[in-house]
Write a protein that binds this ligand. Sequence first.
Ligand SMILES: [Zn+2]
Length: 480
Amino acid sequence: MSTRVLVSVSVLTILFAVAVLGWKQYTEQSAAQWESFAEALTEGVGSDGPETTPVEPTVDVVGATPSTPQLSAPDGAQTPGVSARVNGLVDDAKAALAEGRTGDAVMSLESALAIEPEHPVLMANLAYALYKRSEDLRAELRFDHAEGDLVRAVELAPEQPGYAAHLGNLALRRYRLDEAHDVLAPALELHPDNPDLWLLFADTLTLQGDLPGAIEAYTSAVSFATDKQRDVAQTLLDRARRQWDVEQDYLTDTTSSFVIRSPNDPSSPLWGPQLAGVLERARAEVGNALGTHPQQRATVILYDRETFRDVTGTHDWVGGLFDRKIRLSIRDMPLEDQRDEIESTFRHEYAHFIVSEIAPRCPAVLNEGIAQYVQHGRGVGIARLTNYLDSKGVPRTGIPEISELPDTFMQFTSQDEVSLAYLTSYAFIDHVVTMHGTIGVTGWLRELNGAPLAEAYQRANGRTLEAEERLFREQVRTER
Ligand SMILES: [Zn+2]
């Protein structure tokens, strides 16, 4: 069985890691500055990627599974009723998959299917090869192509819920919510007891703002899931309920830039209309810093500290979180006394909003680097990094490679690794701005659509990422 669990880090695992490592004790920076460690907790949505993923191909072209029929048996015997040419193409596909040449496998099976249209075994095999290729494409950030392959896989093999789950997951993580909804709803008609599909559907409804619908879907997920997935579903169900409890009576204040949701209480420090001006100013600063002004309104939801912790499942030193909505934790004190902190946190989260518009699923080095850049400002990135290195007794050469940093920092298990990843990202982005201007960063972001990180960098800045990194490392080494 293929038991590979896909993509994102489990919320529970992360919370566990946070608790064990005692990040709370690490108070070198203010609470708001630590928000950056938290928003990735939700990674856009709550649950893992599909767990019972694709897919044992219905018919195994990769290896010999004795009980399943095969077009081409291991001993080379031919499948009756299919031409030698088709058998040869399937053998080619098998060999290609075994060697990781997923594109070649797809091509061979397309040719076979052209000869034997509607052959169920070929259709199932092609669906599997497309899925494997979509995984490669996704790893290269070629999301449109990955999605195209999965759409085809779903058409070829609708009996496999895993393909729809992966397609829905991909759409969801790119915040294409209507698309995700349109994939998952019909898949659930076909597979009403599949917990992956229910979880993804619930996440989608959550992001679409349909909390009652999400609560229903999470409830279904809980009833069909087992083991750890069941715990995850239960956690998310509880969270959705708490969120609905809090937000169902919220006031919605719509401005030209925002939809602000807050308690309907003008005497509260988190009353939306009072904060609108603060947010507006911070929004303009971010837009100017990045030279880009989104037309779309951002949704901002305001909570007191305790509720924020309840609803997001984060620690109380976390000041903000972006999960397609900007969630801010506001202290119980007059606005004037916390204005700077709110603005700083908001700038960080609003940068994530902009990044998510331009390049959904942007790797963390760029996403968090930009967010910290607009949060803390220009020209101090390398100093912050070297201060940290020196205070920890880490050599200046002991920073991670930019291209080696993972897509999300939440997979790190130690506090030092996470701190270093954030600080390195900030320092590098700050360096790129110094060398190439803001356009060096925003151009990189825009080129990311369909290109890997290093390739996008070179396209935007005319210099290889490798060369830029050498310069950067030299600056870190010699910074005084
Ligand atoms: Zn962040």
